[in-house]
Design a protein around this ligand. Structure first.
Ligand SMILES: Cc1cc2nc3c(=O)[nH]c(=O)nc-3n(C[C@H](O)[C@H](O)[C@H](O)COP(=O)(O)OP(=O)(O)OC[C@H]3O[C@@H](n4cnc5c(N)ncnc54)[C@H](O)[C@@H]3O)c2cc1C
Length: 392
């Protein structure tokens, strides 16, 4: 019994303290950066491993890795030119620390997707009626649509203005925030590394190729050996069950798969017996089945008990994870009645609510007690921390 208790604590992860944090990040070296998606995929998803060697950092499945990104140097240069600055002008960061403007634009300030406040602040400098109208309270919708797909350089190009003092930029632009990535490894198998599964944000708008600040950096400017300032973002609300025999249902389409790969590795390492059922979805099986070989190996060796996949674009009618949940609703109810923990990770806007609707339907139908009972059942699961979401 003692062993069991220890295993459970280990499995859930005694929360670890570290000298490293968002304010004092650990500079981790990239050890691996490989493409998970096929050449014909519409997406680009990468498996990235970074080293924790010698850092003493510990993490638990369910945690995320925070990465402090940098703006691309070509974008920084473009902004400097548009503002008519050289880059070596002296400025002070948000805390009064001295630095040069180029560094401020690289590491401190948002140059990508703009906020309302940036456009509002800029409208006061640029003497332009069109821009002045755009920031009026009654034109919120127009402003929102103006912001979609545009970056600070687009605003500077379209509405030039003279900025006397580069320090003003700290009032105009928000602070560049770290990005979180669900950790996709278990430290029980990889003591000195942490894995991420990152989808690179890439799109074209207004005649320019755009790249997500952080995912773009991880995708294009993080070769082997590259240094990344990182920290562990602990998430105690997304943990494997304390009971090592409790069944686990995981719904993780796209990069939502990441924490569940960590869960599966944790079980593979012998830290629990949890029966595990995974729902995974993406666009095309041939191109987008992330970690396919690992998933099949876990099915074969009994780490995973069941895998249901939904590849939306492989047939005419789109099929998503929630459709697979509906197809398996009787079995799902059986698992939930047995006390299964239900985990959802990935898209917060459509996927997570659609999955919840499918779960509610399954409970209503197979319990034979209708929608009110289903709603109460899920509310109860939430209270017992058995319905857990890590959505973004
Ligand atoms: C807890 C948590 C866990 C996460 N785990 C993962 C993970 O495991 N893997 C992963 O890949 N991500 C994960 N994310 C998301 C990740 O943190 C970043 O948000 C993501 O990588 C985008 O950041 P970025 O800096 O690359 O893009 P940004 O520079 O922030 O750009 C993204 C923005 O670009 C705009 N945009 C995107 N597409 C278009 C378009 N077609 N047209 C116009 N505008 C557009 C949108 O406004 C969008 O918000 C997680 C987030 C959270 C909060």
């Amino acid at each position: 019994m003692q062993l069991e208790a220890n295993q459970a604590t280990e499995a859930r992860g005694a929360e670890h303290s570290s000298i490293y944090s968002r304010k004092n990040p650990y500079t981790a070296a990239v050890l691996m950066n490989r493409l998970l998606t096929g050449p014909a995929s519409e997406k680009e998803t990468r498996h990235i491993e970074v080293s924790l060697e010698g850092s003493g950092i510990q993490y638990t499945p369910g945690d995320s890795l925070g990465v402090l990104p940098e703006n691309r140097s070509d974008m920084v240069q473009e902004v400097l030119q548009l503002l008519n600055f050289r880059g070596d002008e002296a400025v002070k960061d948000f805390y009064g620390g001295a630095l040069q403007l180029r560094e401020a634009l690289t590491s401190w300030l948002v140059l990508g997707k703009m906020s309302h406040s940036t456009v509002k602040a800029w409208s006061k400098l640029a003497d332009n009626v069109e821009l002045a109208a755009l920031v009026l309270p009654e034109n919120k919708v127009q402003l929102e649509s103006y912001l979609w797909g545009r970056e600070f350089r687009d605003l500077l190009e379209q509405f030039p203005a003279k900025l006397e003092d580069p320090q003003q930029l700290f009032k105009i632009l928000p602070r560049l925030a770290p990005r979180l990535y669900s950790i996709s490894s278990s430290q029980a198998l990889h003591p000195a590394t942490v894995h991420m599964s990152v989808r690179i944000v890439r799109y074209e708008s207004y005649g320019r190729e755009r790249l997500g600040v952080c995912s773009g950096q991880l995708g294009e400017r993080s070769p082997l050996g590259a240094a990344l300032p990182t920290f562990i973002h602990s998430n105690q609300l997304f943990r494997l069950p304390e009971n090592p025999d409790a069944p686990v249902i995981m719904v993780g389409p796209g990069t939502g798969l990441a924490p569940f790969r960590a869960f599966l590795e944790h079980k593979q390492a012998g830290l629990g017996r949890w029966p595990m059922w995974l729902f995974f979805g993406e666009q095309r099986e041939q191109q987008d089945f992330l970690y396919r070989e690992e998933m099949y190996a876990w099915l074969e060796n009994g780490v995973m008990q069941r895998l249901d996949t939904a590849f939306s674009r492989d047939q005419q009618k789109k099929i998503y994870v929630q459709d697979r949940i509906r197809e398996q609703s009787a079995l799902l109810w059986e698992w939930l009645e047995r006390g299964a923990y239900f985990y959802v990770c990935g898209d917060s806007k459509r996927m997570a609510p659609d999955v919840e609707a499918a779960v509610l339907e399954a409970i209503a139908q197979h319990s034979g007690k209708g929608p009110e009972y289903a709603a109460a059942f899920v509310a109860d699961m939430r209270k017992q921390k058995r319905y857990l979401r890590d959505v973004y």
